[in-house]
Design a protein around this ligand. Sequence first.
Ligand code: DGL
Length: 264
Amino acid sequence: MLKIGVFDSGLGGLTVVKALSEVIQNAQIFYVADTKHAPYGEKTPKQILQYSLNITQYLLDTYQIDILIIACNTATSAAIKTLRERYPSLIIIGTEPGIKPAMEHTVTGKIGILATPATLRGDKYQSLANVLASQKDILLFEQACPGLVEQIEKGEISTEETKTLLEQWVLPMKENNVDTIVLGCTHYPLVGETISKIMLCDVKLIDTGAAIARRVLDLALQRGHVNQGTCGISVESTGDIYKEIISTIFEEELEVNYIKIANS
Ligand code: DGL
């Protein structure tokens, strides 16, 4: 059975776990929500790297995982390079804003990117955006969304406050003819419906959960994985977590175990 470790600062990475659970069988997913340190997007790269190293070590020591998925754009940007150097035999898959699929989809050539402040500041995003946007006649409208992850973590998916926050970022995109918006944070698919409503449904939202799931399955199959059976999900959290959102994502209740991670 394939043992897959997945982590994020909180609920967001569960959007990736949901996509994974739809394609992976004969597997157990061990999910860590690091809500004690959420939001990552407003921390320093050094802090995010330390949290990522601690969680990876925990997942390896506790579950002997075969694959690690960093279900977080912010932690991927700050930590994937060091994690790959530190754990060369572990398969590590990160999450990056889906600019490439957005470029394939856009007709107006105007693409909105919503992400955390740390992701947009990171070298990884900067070089990806520079290379891709220079290849075609593309204009990127980048928008950091401070405070949005906190709203989602509180379960405020469709409240007036969250809608007002989103409007200030998304309405200018609408006025500029943006037809495709990249959800560059794994939390943001949870407010996808609200974004679509603000854009009057005239937009394609790009998230990367399904692409990550396909990539994991390909890599596992190459290593002899037999994709038949069931997929178990265990959820652990380093702090308080809003369980109703978990039930909404999976359409069933999942038990959450509260854990303490060494050095964190
Ligand atoms: N869900 C995460 C991401 O994809 C982290 C958000 C946060 O904690 O700020 O970036």
